[in-house]
Write a protein that binds this ligand. Structure first.
Ligand SMILES: NC(=O)c1ccc[n+]([C@@H]2O[C@H](COP(=O)([O-])OP(=O)(O)OC[C@H]3O[C@@H](n4cnc5c(N)ncnc54)[C@H](O)[C@@H]3O)[C@@H](O)[C@H]2O)c1
Ligand SMILES: [Zn+2]
Length: 248
């Protein structure tokens, strides 16, 4: 397979989804039928679900945190690090994944638009989100210690963008600025994501509008495959090192 043409002026925007972590052993949701222990995924990943049953939600995220033990980045994550090192500020990675594997691999110019599994935040005060790898014991509801010191009982919640919640407008602005920063030599690569839903669908249209190239690397052909100039079907961990010419 020929490597993608990436010249000295090419700017590369990458979007990754759950598929890029599949070969590391992180399950995709849809692969499991969109259910978790019989619960529709929205029940454990929405503000309404958290209001109704925070214990269930914390159980779900605690298990997901625990399941990350021993999980390491795969050649797809590493190929993206190598590309970033080659391109510097002409590279931007946007990930829908919350598993932190891109950061573990060494990616720096990276936006986690759906948050991070190992980060929590207070539901009440405005302390910044903080690293929290705790898998809370079943039935435990973690409280904010800063609020407790003020005599306020406030739950922590995972720093994850749930169904029905908005993406951080600063994140989207950063992506738009990158896309709009001039020049037609723009390449968009979507990896391990169906590419059908917002924001992926929006990025691909934006890049096309500006005359850029669009490439999809995915295990299966999505319905909007025609929005991409090229579609490479197969496992990201095998295809990406070849496509990005970093031969791992
Ligand atoms: N690792 C994580 O952090 C993680 C895991 C599950 C879900 N999520 C997030 O939840 C939301 C919905 O998740 P979803 O699972 O439906 O993801 P999705 O809609 O992004 O779809 C995953 C895509 O990856 C493809 N895929 C599977 N294995 C692949 C591989 N080895 N190489 C290339 N492509 C592969 C599938 O064909 C599918 O089209 C997304 O935001 C997703 O990123 C994140
Ligand atoms: Zn607090």
């Amino acid at each position: 397979m020929d490597a993608l043409a990436i010249g000295p002026a090419t700017r590369v925007l990458v979007l990754t989804g759950a598929g890029v972590s599949a070969e590391s052993g992180v399950p995709t949701f849809r692969g499991a039928g969109g259910l978790w222990e019989g619960h529709p995924i929205e029940q454990v990943a929405s503000p309404q679900g958290f209001q109704r049953d925070p214990t269930l939600v914390w159980r779900f995220y605690s298990l997901r945190r625990a399941a990350m033990a021993g999980i390491v980045p795969n050649p797809a994550h590493r190929a993206l690090v190598a590309l970033e090192q080659r391109l510097g500020d002409r590279f931007l990675l946007v990930t829908q994944n919350v598993d932190g594997l891109h950061r573990d691999a060494g990616s720096e110019r990276m936006i986690e638009i759906h948050g991070n599994l190992m980060t929590s935040r207070c539901t009440t005060c405005d302390r910044p989100p903080f690293r929290d790898t705790t898998a809370y014991a079943d039935g435990t509801l973690p409280l904010c210690v800063l609020c407790s010191e003020r005599g306020v009982t406030a739950l922590l919640r995972p720093h994850i963008v749930w169904f029905g919640e908005w993406l951080d407008p600063d994140h989207l602005a950063r992506v738009e600025a990158f896309i709009g920063a001039g020049g037609h030599d723009l390449l968009f690569i979507a990896i391990g994501t169906s590419g059908l839903v917002y924001p992926a669908a929006g990025f691909v249209e934006d890049v096309r509008y500006r005359g850029g190239r669009t490439v999809l690397v995915n295990a299966e052909r999505p319905e909007n495959a025609r929005a991409f100039d090229a579609v490479h079907l197969g496992p990201a961990g095998e295809l990406l090192p070849a496509l990005l010419g970093c031969g791992q």
